[in-house]
Design a protein around this ligand. Sequence first.
Ligand code: TEU
Ligand code: CA
Length: 565
Amino acid sequence: MVSGIHDQLTEVILQALPPLERKWWHTATIYQVYPRSFCDLNGDGIGDIPGITSKLDYLKALGIDVIWLSPIYKSPMDDNGYDISDYRDIAPEFGTLADFDRLVAEARLRGIGILLDLVVNHTSDEHPWFQESRKGKDNPFRDFYIWREPGAGSAPPNGLKSAFGGPAWTLDEPSGEYYLHLFSRRQPDLNWENPIVRREIYDMMNWWMERGIAGFRMDVIDYIGKQPDSSLVTDGPHLHDYLQEMHRETFGSRNILTVGEAWSATPGSALLYSGRDRHELSMVFQFEHVTQAWDETWGKWRPKPFDLVGLKSVLSKWQYALADDGWNSLFWGNHDLPRALSRYGDATGYPVESAKMLATVLHLLKGTPFIYQGEEIGMTNAAFTAIDQYRDIETLNMHRLHIEAGLSPEDFIKGANENGRDNARTPMQWNTLAYGGFSTVPPWIEVNPNYSTINAEAEVADERSIWNHYRRLIALRKSHEVIVYGEFQSWLDQHPDVFVYTRTLDRERLVVVANFSSRDVALHLPGELHCVGECLISNYEPVTSLGESISIRPYEAFAVLTRVE
Ligand code: TEU
Ligand code: CA
């Protein structure tokens, strides 16, 4: 009787939650291009849009569905384009609107969509809105930004800090007021409480969608509801109202992909952003697997040693939390993070094996995978030895501040070598020509000298390469529903070296086993995992059966597709 009621209740709950509507981006793989460092076609040392267009066949061969472009808008490039001075034009060093339209059209011919980076938490200080705003308290654009009276003794209004170091407030002498900038002083924060600001942004988004883009990646979107007077930056009281309004006013009626960057995201807030009845975003980027490895005091400049048990617990937590609602994004790297292979793999001892292992683990999880340019050919961290090789505003600011605060220059460079943003920003390595074929002149940032062995041309040609492994994984997601929708379960959570998880859909089950260490590991598998099946992918010889004890080699990873009765 009791169980009868329970069954009825379960039935009611299941009916209340309709099955997940299938979306094109569930099976998609996204490739991030950092335009400045991808391909320089006109020989000025800076990557450009015609350069990206010239590489579309390369991306098509890899099999990706969408290109996320880091910002290409007009910008003084204080933060490499995350400081926009005109939302409706292209930076001249990257090309023209005609070049952009051609990229969209050529990509579409190859079945590839273009995702734009929407940077609307702040603009450049050279944006006409800010130029007007700073003219005085009575200017009609004053309220486009966040201005406050000085605190006691003309100090900043409060202690809010910029992500790039120092106070988040800068005094503007003529009016005697401070403006807010949660990033550089050249990136003033927009005032989202002003409905005219929101209207301008929505109009601009619609303008780009009319040009045929496939969606938006939204920069620090968790900041837009900030309440600076109470030092509240993320998850402000109106954040989700704004996103629902944006959805209504812009992309709600279109079949596009939206992904919000949200360093503050928790599984709970991710369900608010991406829950099926929320009418907000397709998904968010969360960063728990990144920040859990940062030092409490020195942050990313003094990273903790790699800890697989911790990493597995974060990844699994997110898989479970968004199992029935919401959607995960999956990534190891981006333009702000170190190279995945250097961070999580073994770039010197087992570069090929560990790069393939990392790809296998990520691409067989539930969610939409993002590949950062160069990851698919095994590019590694920059290994700069002197501060003057770095270009990134964050690294250069933090260098000064950390040394003032007592970190030794050697320790800072060590931290920057591990976690600085320029690691991901060295030019794409295309071939063995000078500058890795990225440019014909010295690029804006040094090329990693390992381009002579690590480059796209060699990778594409080699059937057993990292690149070809990525190509297979991308194709598997298209041919096997269990990879897209299968239920996730992790096993052997406390094992320090090996990640084992399963994906189950109806009678199909995928068993994924991955060794994160450079040792041979003898593994005891629970009875539920013993099976015979088909090996979908591996980085040594194919594995088709799993028994009580198996032995796995350094960075070995494979997936066995089997049936459960
Ligand atoms: O990044 C947000 C952000 O918070 C990062 O700056 C992050 O704090 C840092 O890398 C970690 O130390 C986005 C963009 O991805 C980044 O490139 C921009 O610089 C930033 O916003 C400002 O637009
Ligand atoms: Ca160029």
